[in-house]
Ligand binder design. Structure first.
Ligand SMILES: Nc1ncnc2c1ncn2[C@@H]1O[C@H](COP(=O)(O)OP(=O)(O)OP(=O)(O)O)[C@@H](O)[C@H]1O
Ligand SMILES: [Mg+2]
Length: 635
């Protein structure tokens, strides 16, 4: 037994002794206090019972021995009951507390169940709210991403909601707009003349749609498509949902389209060429007046009909292959590429046309535009031109042939002229010269006889002799000039020297003459050309130049001769000579040129008033084998 139990056991014994002694209320109360004390100390009922048993046995033994045991046992029991009553009270209290606790627990459980339900509801509510917040955010972002103006206007014409686009367009914050009136935002004129009437319609329950120009701070004057949708709460329209769309660009595009359509119509109408539009099946969908006139058909006789109607049967293949060609030729344009074919009028007459086709693809299929020109006149003109060209070509060829003949002829004439001169020269020399020589011999005899007669006849004869001598001299000179025998016998240079000497003497013009001996290699024909050119040039110097000096130079280059005849006379303007008129211009220069051409040479005149005249000629050397190339005189 521990210390506290021992102590308690002693106290219990004392108290029970006291009670057994007097059985008084005070001692009994002591038993109660001991019981309370035991409860407080944490002693159990069994501890008390054990202590009681030991103490009561010890105390009751003597009593039983004295015969007072029965009564005392009864008192001991009463004492024990009293000592146990705090335990009883304690136990009852415990039971009550337990019952209370159970009750409390039940209440708590009930509350916990309630709380769990509430919790569940709350979490549902939170989820719902989150979802609706998310939804709200989405709607908000949709509304604010929209480029259309979205607002909610109350029946007092004041804004209750506006999206970002709307605020930005007016360069105002949302706070500035919300609560302000439509009139504040759009201005009095727009509100009273346009907006209010439409809003009132909406408040009366109707959907309203209209388009109008409005001024907005951010973009200036723009064209808007406006819709008002009534917003109803129960049966009353409390708000107007306003959706405003900037359609300026669309409006402009539509206007541009209208204008372009108008231009197209005007173009179609005023075009001289026929214009026909057809769909992908080749069916005409539009045509202009020119097309109707060209094909002699009314609009309804063309539109809706296949294109083939306008083309003769045998040409249809060509037209279709053209369309196929265009169809494959992506993307669209073939303008400028034309085909010529035939069209057919309503009366069956065929006529030539020029067709240029273009094609383009649209969502509703491929379209073709044919521009058709009636080329009847052009064809006629082309034919006339072709004929006239042919005619002129024939004339030209004839002229060329004629020229060739003339060239041959002039060559023959020049040759014949040379031959004739040679013949006359020979005749003059042989016949006339011989006859004159015979006359001269006879005159010599006559003179001698006349001297004897002394009748003055000798003087007459002498005079006749002198005339005859002069005549013989002249005949000799004529004969030489016609065809210098020297040219053939002694060569070009000597013949020229002799001629130039005589010219200088006759005309008193100083002529400087130099010639390379190589020129003698030239063919006779070329040498004659040189001789005649010099002869004609010097004659011109004498006739026109009024010159003091002249120079004749012939250079031999190995492959030909270069001839220059130069004077210091008054000169002239070669380009102003009227070669077409025989009266105004002689044949000298032309003749020289012609002679040179016959030997494949070149000829040039350089002269100017006051600057003298220079004639240049180039005479090529043609070896015998080459000679066939030039046109021989007399050929
Ligand atoms: N050396 C020259 N100096 C000045 N004028 C000249 C000279 N040579 C030619 N002419 C001018 O050129 C013109 C044409 O000369 P060209 O020899 O062709 O014909 P022509 O002498 O008048 O006639 P033709 O030679 O037939 O007798 C001459 O009329 C003259 O006006
Ligand atoms: Mg002349």
């Amino acid at each position: 037994m521990n210390e506290s139990l021992q102590k308690f056991s002693g106290q219990y014994q004392t108290a029970l002794q006291d009670y057994l002694a007097d059985e008084g209320e005070e001692s009994l109360h002591e038993a109660y206090e001991l019981g309370r004390h035991a409860v407080a100390e944490g002693l159990g009922v069994l501890d008390i019972a054990k202590i009681h048993q030991q103490v009561s046995l010890a105390l009751l033994m003597p009593a039983f021995a004295s015969g007072k045991g029965k009564r005392q046992a009864h008192a001991v029991e009463g004492f024990l009951m009293e000592a146990l009553s705090p335990f009883e009270a304690h136990h009852r209290g415990f039971r009550e507390a337990n019952a209370l606790l159970r009750e409390l627990n039940e209440t708590l459980e009930h509350r916990a169940a309630e709380l769990a339900a509430t919790n569940r509801e709350l979490s549902h509510e939170i989820t719902r709210r989150k979802a609706s917040e998310e939804m709200w955010k989405r709607y908000e972002s949709i509304v604010n991403t929209s480029r259309e103006f979205l607002t909610l206007v109350g029946s007092n014409y004041r804004y209750e909601a506006a999206n970002d686009a709307y605020c930005q367009a007016h360069r105002k914050s949302r706070e500035e707009i919300l609560g302000s009136s439509v009139e504040d935002v759009w201005g009095g004129t727009a509100f009273w003349t346009i907006i209010k009437g439409h809003l009132d319609h909406c408040f009366s329950g109707e959907e309203v749609h209209y388009q109008a120009w409005f001024e907005v701070a951010a973009f200036g004057r723009r064209f808007f498509d406006v819709s008002y949708y009534p917003y109803q709460q129960k049966t009353t329209v409390t708000h107007a949902i306003v959706v405003t769309r900037d359609v300026t660009d669309r409006w402009r595009a539509e206007r541009a389209l209208r204008e372009s359509e108008e231009q197209f119509r005007t173009l179609m109408h005023s075009a001289i060429d026929a214009i026909i539009l057809a769909d992908s099946d080749g069916r005409v969908i539009a045509c202009n007046q020119a097309a109707r006139t060209m094909f002699g058909r009314a609009r309804e006789e063309i539109v809706g009909h296949p294109l083939g109607l306008l083309v003769p049967d045998e040409q249809r293949g060509a037209r279709e292959s053209e369309i196929n060609r265009i169809r494959q030729d992506e993307p669209t344009r073939l303008i400028g590429k034309t085909v010529e074919m035939h069209g057919i009028r309503k009366n069956g007459n065929q006529f030539p046309i020029e067709l240029s086709l273009a094609s383009w693809q649209t969502e509703s299929g491929r379209f073709y535009c044919g521009i058709i020109r009636d080329i009847t006149e052009r064809k006629r003109a082309e034919e006339a031109l072709r004929k006239s060209e042919e005619h002129y070509r024939t004339l030209f060829n004839e002229a060329k042939a004629m020229q060739e003949k003339l060239r041959v002829l002039s060559s023959k004439i020049l040759h014949a002229q040379e031959e004739e001169r040679k013949r006359i020269s020979r005749e003059l020399h042989d016949e006339v010269g011989q006859a004159l020589t015979a006359i001269s011999v006879n005159l010599q005899l006559l003179k001698r006889k006349a001297a004897k007669a002394d009748d003055g006849l000798d003087a007459t004869v002498a005079e006749t002799q002198s005339i005859l001598e002069q005549t013989m001299h002249n005949v000799h000179r004529f004969s030489y000039e016609l065809r210098p025998a020297m040219l053939d016998d002694l060569g070009l240079v000597i013949a020229l020297r002799w001629y130039i000497k005589g010219f200088a003497k006759r005309t008193s013009i100083k002529v400087n003459f130099r010639a390379d001996a190589g020129v003698e290699q030239l063919q006779n024909e070329s040498k004659t050309v040189i001789y005649r050119v010099i002869q004609e040039s010097l004659t011109n110097v004498y006739k026109y130049a009024d010159a003091e000096r002249a120079a004749v130079l012939i250079r031999w280059t190995g492959d030909g001769a270069r001839l220059t005849v130069k004077d210091n006379g008054r000169g002239f303007q070669p380009d102003q000579l009227d070669l077409s008129s025989r009266e105004k211009s002689g044949l000298g220069l032309m003749g020289m040129e012609e002679r040179l051409r016959l030997v494949n040479g070149q000829f040039a005149v350089k002269s100017a008033p006051g600057k003298g005249t220079t004639i240049r000629a180039l005479i090529p050397f043609q070896p015998e084998s080459d000679k066939s190339r030039s046109i021989k005189p007399g050929s």
